[in-house]
Design a binder for this molecule. Structure first.
Ligand code: CP
Ligand code: NVA
Length: 304
């Protein structure tokens, strides 16, 4: 396994499968009330440049449940916020903690952290990718459908960091990905090409309806990612017609499910009816962040 998880493609198909097997087993053990103390004495430094609910809490509780500890580090409260260099921070943290999880605006910040850290670095979301989210998403689909190989996943909305990881994950999970995004908000062409070159089945759809037709999964995310708040008005008007509502969900396969990485904005990218509806797997998906990341931590820093 690679030292770091910066991209979902840092995992091979076999590594992803074994990580998800472990996640399922950790989930079952936790449900039985038994302890899962695989990481006694280990610590995770969690650096955040941006807000978080799920990533912060699931990593923190995950480390606690594994018998280790996690430190919440707001980058603005660190010397990083006063200009200390990433490479120096990386080398110092490597002497204190067992792994670093970092949520940053720029993907290059996370890459630099990984280059200079001698310990594993986990991407907790960047402008390019959100690999930890996809671990939970694939676990959720695997547990619901039994396998992800023959599914079609329709992404409706912004071609953003989560969409990018979904596209790349097609090469690992085997599902076909159809993306419907307005002009100007498509995922980067080079990323779609990379997924396709690696055997991923990825297509761009002209409309949300075309994307979801007979799809097994409909996935959406905010139209206004962290850092894009100043574009709110322009984005809300560009995404008109891209709301995942009941009418759109009814165009998908009869047993289709709906995913959203959260936080959600009801009435924008998703309707309240769909969020609360029977096809929503959103709450299981959020819970699975915990189980998938515990498995990731065990694989990255557990005793070999
Ligand atoms: N989905 C996700 O990463 O949520 P947070 O921003 O709350 O961590
Ligand atoms: N695309 C969103 C995901 C948040 C978990 C963002 O980057 O803000």
């Amino acid at each position: 396994m690679n030292k770091d998880l910066l991209s979902i493609l840092d995992l091979s198909k076999e590594e992803l499968d074994s990580l998800l097997d472990l996640a399922s087993s950790l989930k079952a053990t936790r449900a039985s009330g038994a302890l899962t103390s695989h990481l006694p004495g280990k610590s995770l430094g969690m650096i955040f440049e941006k807000a978080s609910t799920r990533t912060r809490i699931s990593f923190e509780v995950g480390m606690y449940e594994l018998g280790g500890t996690a430190l919440f580090l707001n980058s603005q409260d660190m010397q990083l916020g006063r200009g200390e260099e990433i490479r120096d921070t990386a080398r110092i943290l490597s002497r204190y903690v067992s792994a670093i999880m970092i949520r940053a605006y720029k993907h290059s910040t996370i890459e630099e952290m990984a280059r200079f850290a001698t310990i594993p670095v986990i991407n907790g979301l960047s402008d390019r990718e959100h690999p930890c989210q996809l671990l939970a998403d694939i676990l959720t689909l695997r547990q619901h459908f039994g396998s992800t190989e023959d599914l079609t996943v329709a992404w409706v909305g912004d071609g953003n960091n989560v969409c990018n990881s979904l596209i790349l994950s097609a090469t690992l999970a085997g599902y076909a990905v159809r993306v419907a995004a307005p002009d100007g908000y498509l995922p980067p062409a080079e990323l779609v090409e990379e997924a396709t070159a690696r055997g991923g089945r990825v297509t761009l759809a002209a409309t949300p309806r075309e994307a979801v037709r007979d799809a097994d999964v409909i996935y959406t995310d905010t139209w206004i990612s962290m850092g894009s708040e100043h574009e709110r008005n322009k984005r809300v008007s560009s995404f008109a017609g891209y709301t995942v509502d009941q009418d759109l969900v009814d165009k998908a396969a009869p047993d289709a499910v709906v995913l959203h990485c959260l936080p959600a904005h009801r009435g924008e990218e998703i309707s309240d009816e769909v969020m609360e509806g029977e096809k929503s797997l959103i709450w299981d998906q959020a819970e699975n962040r915990l189980h998938a990341q515990k498995a990731l931590l065990v694989q990255l820093i557990g005793e070999k």
